[in-house]
Design a protein around this ligand. Structure first.
Ligand code: Z15
Length: 792
C-alpha cells in the first residue's frame, strides 16, 4: 500500500513526497484504492457478459454520494492497511480522509437512496449500472449571514476526481427541438440542436470486494463535428448553439427537493441523461443479441421518480423509428423493461410539462406520448390521461409505461393506491407494490460509528456488517448492566467528539451529558422544523419560569438547506438562528438549553451527527413524508425517535417496539379530517396558552429586536392557513418531549431502549430492499457474494 501510494504520488501526480500537500496524499491514496478495485470490476463485467446475465439499470437525476475514500477502503477491507501506510509516510490518515470534497450530486433522501442502492447492488452481486449526470456543480454550499441562508456554488470538480475513468470513446448524440417528417409510414426527427453525451465511470465495489458495478455519469460536450459542418455552410448560429447548450446542460444540479422546478433546462437535463443511458444500454444489448424483442429478458430499467420518465417514450422511439417495430409492440416491450418508483404524494412535486414546451424541446416524443395515451385509452377506456389541460403528466406517463410501480414505505404505498393513482390502480390492480426504503449498514454504522461498531463486533462478531439482521443477537444484552454501560460509553464518546466539533465550528460550548436532540433534513414546511423551534421556545420559557425545577438539559441541533426560492423555508432558517442567538446567550438557562445550527449540512455532517444523537426528530405531518431514511440511520445508531405515524416511522416503530418509540400527533386519516374543520388552527392556538405565548413572543419581535415585524408573516400563516397542522400537533409534541426528558433522566432505562432500537433495525438494511426489487420488479437473482464468503 505504501509503495502504491508513493508510486501514484510520483507517477500520476508528478509530486515528490517532500513537497506534497494533504490533497496530493489524498488523491494518491484514492488512486491506490481504485487500482485495487479494478480487477474485481473487470471480473464482474466479464462474468456478466459470459453468463449473459440480466442487467439492472438504475436511472436517477441524483446520486448523493458523499466522500468515498473510507467507503472504498472499508469495502476492500483495507482501512487498517491504508491507515498504517499513511502513518508510516508521516501523514495523518484522518486529515487525509477529511480532505476529500463531499460529492453532493443530490438534494436529499432520493439521491442518498440511489447511493445506498449502488452499494447493495454491488454487495449482492447484481450486475447493475447507475446512470446519472456528472454535474459540474453539486448542491449549493450554504452559509449563514446574520442568520439568513446565503448560497454559493459548490465546486467539487475544481479538484481532480480520482475515482472516475473518463470514457471519451463512449459518446452519444442527443438531439433537441426541430421538427418531425412523416413519409412512407415512418417518422424522421430532425433536431435543431445536438449535444454529445460523454461517459465518466466510477467503479462501485461491494462489501468485501467480491463484485464491482459501474456508476456511469454523463457530461455534455459540444457536438463539434456538427458544428464545423454548420460553420462551413455559413450557419454560424447553429455552430454556436451546441456549444452554448453543452455548457449549461450538465453544469448544475437543480436545488429543489420535492418541489418541481418546471424549467426548460431541467427538461433538457432529464432527456439528456435518460436518452444517453437508453442508447448506451441498447448498444450493449445489441452487441450480443440480435433480436430486440428479447430486451425484457436481459434488461431491467428502474426510474427513480418521474425525472427519467421520458425513458418510456425514448425506448419506444428507438424501437419503432430506428428498429422498425410496430408502435404497439414497442410500447409493450418498453413496459416490460421499466419499473417506476414514486417518492412523494406532494402535489407540488409531481412533474407536469406544458405541451407547448415539451413539443418544442422533444417534438417526436410528444407524438409518441400521444400514441401511448391513445393506446392506453383503447385498452382501458376511461383511463386517466397522460395529456390533460395542455399538460403532460409525468406520473401518469411513468405509471402507464411501467410494469411495476412502487412506493417507498408501507403507508406511502397504501396512499399511492388510494390517492394519486387510485384510478390507475383500479385498472391495474397488481401493478403497485411496496419496497420500503433501506440504508447501507456499511456507511451508516460500520464506517461512521467506530465506537459502537467495534463494540458490536466484540460482542457478536463481524457478520452483522454483511447481514444486518444479526444485530438481533444484541436483544439478549438489554438486561446486561455491563454491556449497557459499554453501549452508553460508545454514545458518550461520539457526543464528546461532536461537542468538540460544535465548539470549533459554531463557537458554542455544549455539555455532552445533555440530551442531543437532532433534526437534520431539507427544510420544508411538511417536515415541521417550525414546530420543533416553537417547542424549543416553549421549553425555554418554562425553564426560565422555574429555573430550579428538575430539567433535562438539552442541545437542540438543526441541520438542513432550503431551496433558494422557497421563501417560507428560508424564514424558518432565519427564525431558528434568531432563537438560537437569544437562548444561547441567556444566563438563566445556561447549559440547560442550547440551540445549534451548523451551516452546510451534507452527507459528511450526517456521518458526524447521527452517531452522537440521543433523540431523532421525525415529526412530519402524517401522510406527507413518503418514507424518510434518516429516521433509519438514527435508530440504527441507537437514538430514540420522537415521531409521527408517517412514512417508514410506522414500520420502524413496529420493529423496535412501541415502548421504545416516542409517538405523538394526528394520524394521516385524522390530518385529512381536521383540514375540513373550519378554523382548526386558530382553535388549536386558542386552546393552548403555551403555544399562544410562544407565537406572541415571536410575532412581537422578541427574537428579532432589530426587525420586530420579521415574523409577522410566518406567525400569521399559522393562524390562517396552517396546512401542515403545526398548531394541532403542538401540545402532544410538547408533552411527548417532556416524557422523553423523564426517561432520559433515568439513564439505564434510556440505554436499554436505545439498544433495542439498534438491535431491531436489521430489516432496514438496503440489502432487504434490493432483494425485494430483484424479486418483485427486476426478476434477477441476488448472488450474495459477500454472504457466501462470510458463511463459507
Ligand atoms: C426526495 O428527496 C424525496 C422525494 C421526492 O419526490 C423528491 Cl423530488 C426528492 C424523498 C422523500 O421525501 C423521502 O420521504 C424518501 O425517504 C426519499 O425520497 C427516498 O425515497
Amino acid at each position: 500500500m505504501k509503495e502504491e501510494i508513493l508510486r501514484h504520488l510520483c507517477k500520476s501526480l508528478g509530486k515528490d513526497a517532500a513537497h506534497s500537500s494533504v490533497h496530493d496524499w489524498r488523491v494518491a491514496l484514492s488512486l491506490a484504492l481504485r487500482d485495487r478495485m479494478v480487477d474485481h470490476w473487470f471480473r464482474s463485467t466479464r462474468e456478466t457478459y459470459e453468463t449473459r446475465a440480466k442487467r439492472v439499470y438504475y436511472l436517477s437525476m441524483e446520486f448523493l454520494i458523499g466522500r468515498l475514500v473510507e467507503d472504498m477502503a472499508a469495502n476492500l477491507g483495507l482501512v487498517e492497511e491504508a491507515r498504517a501506510a499513511l502513518t508510516e509516510l508521516g501523514q495523518d490518515y484522518d486529515a487525509v480522509v477529511l480532505n476529500e470534497p463531499d460529492a453532493a450530486l443530490g438534494n436529499g433522501g432520493l439521491g442518498r437512496l440511489a447511493a445506498c442502492f449502488m452499494d447493495l447492488l454491488a454487495s449482492l452481486g447484481i450486475p447493475a449500472y447507475g446512470y446519472g449526470i456528472r454535474y459540474e456543480h453539486g448542491l449549493f454550499k450554504q452559509d449563514f449571514v446574520d442568520g439568513r441562508q446565503v448560497e454559493t456554488a459548490e465546486t467539487w470538480l475544481t479538484q481532480r476526481n480520482p475515482w472516475e475513468f473518463e470514457r471519451p470513446e463512449v459518446q452519444f448524440r442527443i438531439g433537441f427541438g426541430g421538427h418531425v417528417d412523416h413519409h412512407d409510414g415512418k417518422a424522421y426527427w430532425h433536431p435543431w440542436e445536438t449535444v454529445l453525451a460523454t461517459a465518466y465511470d466510477t467503479p462501485v465495489v461491494g462489501w468485501q470486494g467480491k463484485w464491482g458495478n459501474t456508476l456511469r455519469l454523463w457530461s455534455a460536450r459540444p457536438a463539434s463535428k456538427f458544428d464545423l459542418e454548420s460553420f462551413n455552410r455559413g450557419d454560424y448560429l447553429a455552430a454556436g448553439r451546441s456549444e452554448a447548450l453543452a455548457r449549461t446542460i450538465s453544469r448544475v444540479l437543480y436545488p429543489d427537493d420535492t418541489t418541481e422546478a418546471g424549467k426548460e433546462l431541467r427538461l433538457k437535463q432529464e432527456y439528456f441523461f435518460t436518452a444517453a443511458s437508453i442508447m448506451d444500454l441498447l448498444r450493449r444489448f445489441l452487441s450480443d443479441h440480435d433480436d430486440i424483442r428479447e430486451l425484457p429478458q436481459y434488461v431491467a430499467i428502474q426510474l427513480n421518480d418521474t425525472h427519467p420518465a421520458i425513458a418510456g417514450p425514448e425506448l419506444v422511439r428507438l424501437m419503432s423509428d430506428e428498429h422498425n417495430l410496430p408502435m404497439d409492440e414497442a410500447i409493450e416491450l418498453a413496459r416490460r423493461c421499466l419499473g417506476y418508483t414514486n417518492h412523494t404524494l406532494l402535489p407540488e412535486a409531481l412533474e407536469r410539462w406544458h405541451v407547448g414546451l415539451l413539443g418544442r424541446v422533444l417534438p417526436r416524443h410528444l407524438e409518441i406520448i400521444r400514441a401511448i395515451d391513445e393506446d392506453q385509452q383503447a385498452r382501458h377506456p376511461g383511463s386517466p390521461r397522460i395529456l390533460e389541460h395542455d399538460h403532460v403528466h409525468m406520473g401518469e406517463l411513468a405509471f402507464i409505461m411501467a410494469h411495476k410501480v412502487n412506493g417507498v414505505s408501507a403507508l406511502h404505498t397504501e396512499l399511492v393506491k388510494s390517492t394519486v393513482f387510485s384510478d390507475l390502480h383500479r385498472i391495474h390492480p397488481t401493478r403497485i407494490v411496496n419496497q420500503t426504503n433501506g440504508i447501507t449498514p456499511r456507511r451508516w454504522l460500520h464506517t461512521c460509528n467506530a465506537p459502537l461498531s467495534n463494540l458490536i463486533t466484540r460482542e457478536i462478531g463481524d457478520g452483522w456488517v454483511a447481514d444486518l439482521e444479526k444485530l438481533k443477537a444484541l436483544n439478549q444484552r438489554t438486561g446486561d448492566r455491563e454491556f449497557l454501560d459499554a453501549f452508553s460509553a460508545a454514545k458518550r464518546q461520539n457526543k464528546t467528539e461532536l461537542a468538540d466539533w460544535i465548539a470549533q465550528t459554531c463557537g458554542i460550548a455544549v455539555d455532552p451529558d445533555a440530551m442531543f436532540d437532532v433534526q437534520i433534513k431539507r427544510i420544508h414546511e411538511y417536515k415541521r422544523q417550525l414546530m420543533n423551534i416553537l417547542e424549543t421556545v416553549a421549553l425555554w420559557n418554562e425553564m426560565r419560569d422555574a429555573p430550579d425545577a428538575e430539567w433535562t438539559p438539552r442541545v437542540k441541533i438543526f441541520g438542513g438547506k432550503a431551496a433558494p426560492g422557497y421563501h417560507v423555508a428560508k424564514q424558518i432558517i432565519h427564525l431558528i438562528n434568531d432563537v438560537a442567538r437569544v437562548i444561547n446567550n441567556d444566563p438563566v438557562t445556561g447549559d440547560l438549553l442550547k440551540v445549534v445550527f451548523p451551516a452546510n449540512y451534507n452527507v459528511t455532517m450526517a456521518e458526524r451527527l447521527i452517531p452522537a444523537a440521543d433523540l431523532s426528530e421525525q415529526i412530519s405531518t402524517a401522510g406527507k413524508e413518503a418514507s424518510g431514511t434518516g429516521n433509519m440511520k438514527f435508530a440504527l445508531n441507537g437514538a430514540l425517535t420522537i415521531g409521527t405515524l408517517d412514512g417508514a416511522n410506522v414500520e420502524i416503530r413496529e420493529h423496535v417496539g412501541s415502548e421504545n418509540f416516542f409517538l405523538f400527533g394526528l394520524t394521516a386519516r385524522e390530518v385529512v379530517e381536521r383540514r375540513h374543520v373550519h378554523g382548526y388552527a386558530r382553535a388549536a392556538i386558542e386552546a393552548s396558552p403555551r403555544l399562544s405565548r410562544v407565537l406572541g413572543q415571536i410575532a412581537d419581535g422578541q427574537f428579532s429586536p432589530e426587525d420586530s415585524s420579521r415574523y409577522h408573516g410566518l406567525v400569521g400563516g399559522l393562524y390562517d392557513h396552517d396546512y401542515f397542522l403545526v398548531t394541532c400537533d403542538f401540545d402532544s409534541y410538547f408533552d411527548t418531549q417532556r416524557r422523553a426528558d423523564q426517561v432520559y433522566r433515568n439513564g439505564s432505562n434510556w440505554a436499554a431502549m436505545a439498544l433495542r432500537n439498534t438491535a431491531s433495525m436489521g430489516w432496514f438494511s438496503s440489502d432487504r430492499t434490493i432483494r425485494g426489487y430483484a424479486r418483485d420488479i427486476w426478476q434477477v437473482d441476488a448472488v450474495d457474494r459477500a454472504g457466501l464468503e462470510m458463511t463459507a
